[in-house]
Design a protein around this ligand. Structure first.
Ligand code: SF4
Length: 472
C-alpha cells in the first residue's frame, strides 16, 4: 500500500510582491531535517527549505508541517491558509508557535508547542489516524536523550554541507534582545554519544558531503567542560572542516581554542554585535569586551579558524562618531567575515518591552522584524544616519579589495603543523568557506537589505502603523 506523504516546509522569506531571494549559504537550518529524523516510518517525508526553492502547492503530500520563526508568522499564516484551502492537513511549530501559541493556533489544524522530540511521533500518528488534536504541548525541558539523527539525505542538493546538528539548547547569558530570553530556560546539553552518532549518520550522502559539518547551537560554550569533552570526540571523526557557534568569552580559555583546532574547526560564528561597549551594556551583552576582540580573533586565525561575527547597527548607544570610525575599528579587530544586520527588538523580548514602554516602536508589521528593516525610533540617530552608516560600512568592508586583503592576511598567518597534503586541504577548505561567506554577505548587504531604502526611507519617513500582529 502507498504510504501517506508528509511535506515539511522550513520557511525563509516573506514573498508578497518582493522577488524571491535565495541566499548562497552552504548549510541548511536544523529544524526540518531533525523533524524528518523524528518522523515515524509509517509516513514518507520530503523536506522543502524555502531558502533554496519555492513552495510547491501542487504537491502530492497529504500532510504539511510548517516550521517558522517570529518574523515569518504572517507568511506562515498565508501558506497554511493556501494549503488548507486545497484540503491538506496543516500543522505548525517552531519558536514563535512555542512562545505565542494562542495567536498561532487558529491558523493551523494543530500546533506543536515547545520542543518536538517528545510529542512529534504521536502527533504524526494521530494525523494518520484522523485523531489530530489542536495542540500538542511538549512541557518544560523535555529530555534531550536519544533524539534521532537528522535526515541529511533529505537536504536539497544546493547545500554543499548538509550535515548539521546541535549539542546543547539555551544559553547562560541574558542579552535582552535575544529570543531565548522571552521565556528563559536553563542551559542543557545532549549526550556526547548522541551528537557523535548524528555526525556519523551520513551514510546516504555522497562521500564529499560527509566531510564538512556545522554544530548549530545557540551557544556551544555554555558549559566548557562538556564542550571540551565533545571536541575531543569530534577530533576523532577527522572532518575536513567543521563550524561551531559560541559566545566570545569562551576564547579566553586556551585549551578550548586548542581543542577547536584539533577538531578541525574552520569557522566559528560569534556574536560580536558591536564595537561600542556602551551599546553592548545597553542590551546586557556584558560577556563581550571590545578590548578583547582583536586577541580573540587573532587566536582563531593563527589556528586556521575563520571568525564569522554578527554586527548589529542601531543599538541604543550608537552615535554618528562611532559609525564614522567603525570601518577602521573593524579592520583592526581582524574579524574575517561579518554578518551585518539592523538590530530588532524581537517581539516580546525584554528589549522589545522596554522600547515599547518608551513608545518607540514605529513599525508593527511583524514581517519586518528580520534584521533588514528599522522598526523602532532610535534614541540618538535618525533612520537616514543608520542606513547611511550601514551602507558605508558594508561598502568598505566588502569591497573586493578588502575581501582579498583580508584573505591574504589570514593565509599569511597559517603555519604548517600538519603534512603537506593536509595543509593544502586546509587552505582549500578555508578558501571555499571564506569566499562563500564573504560573497554571500556582500550580496545580501547590496541586494536584500532595505530594498526600498533609497526611494522610500528618509528622516521624514512616515512609519507604517498597521497592526499586523496584536501587540500587547
Ligand atoms: S549570547 Fe547569544 S544566544 Fe546567548 S543570550 Fe546572548 S544573544 Fe542569545
Amino acid at each position: 500500500m502507498k504510504k501517506p506523504k508528509l511535506l515539511i516546509i522550513v520557511l525563509f522569506q516573506n514573498l508578497r510582491d518582493v522577488p524571491p531571494y535565495y541566499p548562497r549559504i552552504p548549510s541548511p537550518p536544523l529544524s526540518g531535517l531533525l523533524l524528518a529524523g523524528m518522523t515515524p516510518p509509517e509516513v514518507k517525508v520530503e523536506v522543502l527549505h524555502e531558502m533554496v526553492r519555492p513552495i510547491e502547492y501542487d504537491t502530492d503530500a497529504d500532510y504539511i508541517a510548517i516550521s517558522f520563526m517570529d518574523y515569518l508568522a504572517p507568511h506562515a499564516y498565508e501558506v497554511a491558509a493556501r494549503f488548507r484551502a486545497l484540503g491538506k492537513t496543516v500543522v505548525g511549530g517552531g519558536k514563535f508557535a512555542s512562545t505565542h501559541p494562542e495567536e498561532v493556533q487558529p491558523h493551523f489544524d494543530a500546533i506543536l508547542v515547545g520542543e518536538a522530540q517528545g510529542v512529534w511521533p504521536q502527533m504524526v500518528r494521530d494525523m494518520l489516524a484522523g485523531t489530530l488534536k489542536s495542540r500538542y504541548d511538549a512541557g518544560e525541558m523535555p529530555s534531550l536523550e536519544n533524539i534521532p539523527a537528522p535526515r541529511y539525505d533529505l537536504a536539497e542538493k544546493q547545500f554543499a554541507a548538509p550535515v548539521v546538528t546541535e549539542a546543547s539548547r539555551g544559553c547562560p547569558h541574558a542579552c535582552t534582545y535575544c529570543q531565548l530570553n522571552i521565556r528563559r530556560q536553563p542551559y542543557r546539553t545532549r549526550p556526547i554519544a548522541d551528537v557523535i552518532r548524528d555526525l556519523r549518520s551520513t551514510g546516504r550522502l555522497p562521500w564529499h558531503k560527509r566531510k564538512m559539518a556545522m554544530v548549530l547551537d545557540n551557544n556551544l560554550g555554555g558549559n566548557l567542560a562538556y564542550t571540551k569533552a565533545l571536541l575531543r570526540e569530534i577530533a576523532r571523526l577527522k572532518f575536513w572542516g567543521i563550524g561551531f557557534q559560541f559566545s566570545i568569552e569562551c576564547l579566553r580559555d586556551e585549551e578550548f581554542v586548542e581543542l577547536l583546532a584539533k577538531a578541525n574547526c574552520r569557522m566559528a560564528f560569534i556574536g560580536m554585535e558591536s564595537l561600542n561597549q556602551a551599546s553592548l551594556a545597553g542590551v546586557q551583552k556584558r560577556q563581550n569586551k571590545v578590548e578583547e576582540y582583536r586577541e580573540a580573533f587573532e587566536k582563531l586565525a593563527r589556528r586556521g579558524i575563520l571568525s564569522f561575527t554578527g554586527l548589529m547597527f542601531a543599538l541604543e548607544e550608537d552615535t554618528p562618531e562611532y559609525y564614522q570610525t567603525l570601518p577602521e575599528q573593524l579592520a583592526r579587530t581582524g574579524a574575517t567575515v561579518i554578518l551585518p544586520s539592523i538590530s530588532i527588538p524581537i517581539y516580546d523580548t525584554p528589549w522589545y518591552q522596554q522600547v515599547r514602554a518608551e513608545g518607540r516602536i514605529c513599525d508593527n508589521d511583524l514581517s519586518h522584524y528580520e534584521g533588514d528593516h528599522l522598526v523602532f525610533r532610535h534614541r540618538h540617530l535618525s533612520p537616514g544616519e543608520i542606513f547611511a552608516a550601514y551602507r558605508r560600512v558594508n561598502r568598505i568592508f566588502y569591497s573586493w579589495k578588502n575581501i582579498f586583503k583580508r584573505w591574504f592576511r589570514f593565509v599569511g598567518k597559517q603555519s604548517r603543523r600538519e603534512s603537506r597534503s593536509e595543509y593544502l586541504l586546509k587552505l582549500f577548505i578555508l578558501t571555499f568557506i571564506y569566499f562563500k561567506l564573504s560573497i554571500f554577505q556582500r550580496h545580501h548587504a547590496q541586494a536584500r537589505v532595505f530594498p526600498e531604502l533609497a526611494s522610500q526611507r528618509s528622516d521624514s519617513m512616515e512609519y507604517r502603523t498597521d497592526m499586523f500582529h496584536p501587540v500587547g
